[in-house]
Design a binder for this molecule. Sequence first.
Ligand code: KG4
Ligand code: ZN
Length: 338
Amino acid sequence: MNILAIESSCDETAVAIVRDGRQVLTDCIASQVDLHRIYGGVVPEIASRKHIEAIYGLADQALKNANLTRDDIDAIAVTYAPGLIGAVLVGVNFAKAAALALNKPLIPVHHIRGHIAANYIAYPELEPPCVCLIVSGGHTMIVDVQDYTKMQILGTTLDDAAGECFDKVGRVLGMPYPGGAAVDKAAQNGGASKYDLPRPKPGENPYNMSFSGLKTAALNLIHHAEQVGEQVDVNSLCASFSEAVSEMLVPRAMAALEQTGYRKIAVAGGVAANSRIRADILSSAEKLGAKVYMPPLSLCGDTAAMIGSQGYYEYLAGNLADMELNAYATKSILGESL
Ligand code: KG4
Ligand code: ZN
């Protein structure tokens, strides 16, 4: 089954064609990140306009790359939530028009479920159940993936997402948007024990996380140094910050893994590209005798391939939409409105 998949929830317009959930025939991306960089973050109105400009040409390009015609497409999958509402709407309306014109099923896909599915592309042998640690620009959670479309949230951040904090720290240190990759790079040359940053333990649920105190502590440290004319050791601050984020995430993910009794842990989302988190996941999972699934860096960020993969499993589960499909800025990974 060939699924034409559309992703436009943030600053990447993406169209892919994925066969039977696992085989990526083509994965086209028009990134807007250079445009938004001058503003230090994504400007929603610009994002929507650029999606409109790019999406038609990208879909034609995808068919050409895969050497297919419109008749070879069996269904259309699209990110319908969560994301910047104007941006998501562009993809949803394009997908509705394509499904109507081609008379094919329309499959709504939750963006974060798509991130989990990036692992199905990277590891053809991977099947649920597994625990997935999801760390993106807007979401941070630990999920019990019981089946492809059946999941339970074990823990979540109570405030900021991990990616948001990386970006904020990068921004205050004068690094280009999005700061996560730059902070990660700087951290390679720093000492993680140089700065003592907090690791809050929020609330009753041992799997819940909190990043705002950690973010504020890092920002205060930078601002204080500026005020008293001290030089911050940028590399070491990035290393200390990355370590603190990782120590918030990884032990909780491992505890969740132990609780479920599964022997498989997957990582997903843009922050899954972080080298400290990847290293810590690998060493901690090894101690538990669990197998680790981490997408290659090219599949950690937003792609349409991941939407095409998850779309296949949503299709098999009968989760289809009609022309009433709407876009949502927020929606739980379980499909409930927030
Ligand atoms: O999943 P994603 O592409 O978009 C969302 O769905 O949010 O995640 C983007 C986030 C950004 O915050 C970016 O700074 C972060 O992923 N990121 C990283 C790294 N590469 C990307 N954060 C830390 N270390 C990295 N190497
Ligand atoms: Zn994403």
